[in-house]
Design a protein. Structure first.
Ligand SMILES: Nc1ncnc2c1ncn2[C@@H]1O[C@H](COP(=O)(O)OP(=O)(O)OP(=O)(O)O)[C@@H](O)[C@H]1O
Length: 327
């Protein structure tokens, strides 16, 4: 296979399913007839509620779970028929804290994973040093990973995943449990992997603000199927006509705020701000009628671009597939 072709998708998934047999004759469809194509050099977010099937997809891409049916092609290599070559294209950090050896130092972990992946000794040492320096871990390279903070451990795990310089990096919940500063370091580094080194990054996360900052394209999954698979900018435009901000002078009482309950309420500088998706004009007028009835001083009603979190919640509650028709 020609892996150098730029037009080749990094990952191509066709009619992929994973069905688990449960007790009796019942079956859980963790992933169900999924089609997906992920372009080279993209940061791709795989989003969905708990149990949507994200980790199952990541594990199938790594070759850790055998699909029930369907095909996975990675940089042109069929995972079922050319497994070694296909898996070589990938570096992965799975969910949780056990991606690296806690008794080994950061340096030893990098050398261990590099040798396991067939790196040559001289290049391996140069790359290990470069990665540890980039991630600000060089000073602590000889300390056992178990003595590291959660953020430092996660940085070591990501460094181990990319030690052999794979072109595709899979990150399952890369910022879970990290404090704001550690999450930002990981986030900035993920962005650098794609934008400066041209790597394809596929990440799952429940932190939708991080997905919104990082991802160029986003898939939203529900019950093993796709509800949406679109460029982030398209998705954010999807409910643009329905996302409002209503500003009022003064602070609402809790009884007054309850009338606008599905909207987010904030108060600052003497103004109350109601923000959220208002699905139709009739609902908007009902809110405005309440405002008039309560004699709340109205300052402004404005259309806003929704956040990814609002689009996500809306899509999940609607439960309908979204076609890519937004220009
Ligand atoms: N080994 C297994 N046996 C049976 N069912 C499983 C197994 N592994 C996963 N599942 C089920 O498959 C579905 C998808 O799980 P998966 O872990 O892929 O979801 P997820 O989107 O990653 O969820 P989360 O966000 O909670 O990590 C869930 O209903 C889960 O309970």
């Amino acid at each position: 296979m020609d892996t150098s072709a730029k037009s080749l998708p990094a990952i191509s998934i066709t009619a992929l399913s994973k069905h688990y047999r449960l007790a009796g004759k019942s079956v859980r469809k963790a992933v169900d007839q999924l089609d997906l194509s992920i372009a080279q050099g993209q940061i791709y977010g795989l989003l969905g509620a708990n149990g949507a099937g994200k980790t199952t997809i990541i594990k199938m891409l790594c070759g850790l779970i055998i699909p029930t049916s369907g095909h996975i092609v990675i940089n042109g290599y069929d995972l079922a028929r050319e497994r070694y070559r296909a898996v070589q294209q990938i570096g992965a950090v799975l969910e949780g804290t056990r991606n690296v050896y806690w008794r080994l130092s950061a340096w030893e972990n990098l050398l261990y994973f590099g040798r396991l992946k067939g790196c040559r000794e001289r290049e391996l040492r140069i790359r290990a040093r470069q990665l540890l320096e980039e991630l600000e871990l060089w000073e602590r390279r000889n300390s056992a990973v178990r003595t590291f903070s959660r953020g430092m451990q996660q940085k070591v795990a990501i460094a181990c995943a990319v030690i052999a310089d794979p072109s595709i990096v899979l990150l399952d919940e890369p910022t879970l449990g990290l404090d704001i500063q550690a999450a930002r370091t990981v986030k900035d580094w993920v962005a650098k992997l794609a934008r400066e080194q041209g790597k394809t990054v596929i990440l799952t996360t429940h932190q939708l603000d991080i997905a919104q900052q990082l991802c160029e394209r986003v898939a939203i999954m529900r019950h093993g199927q796709l509800l949406a698979d679109q460029p982030l900018t398209h998705l954010l435009k999807y409910f643009r006509e329905e996302h409002y901000q209503i500003r009022l002078r003064g602070q609402l009482s809790s009884e007054q705020a309850a009338l606008f309950a599905p909207l987010n309420m904030s108060y600052a500088d003497g103004e109350s701000c109601l923000t959220g998706l208002i699905g139709n004009q009739a609902q908007l007028y009902r809110y405005l009628a309440d405002i008039e009835r309560l004699q709340l001083p109205l300052l402004a009603v404005q259309l806003l671009e929704p956040s990814l979190e609002e689009v996500f919640m809306r899509l999940l509650s609607a439960g309908k597939e979204v076609k890519d028709h937004v220009a």
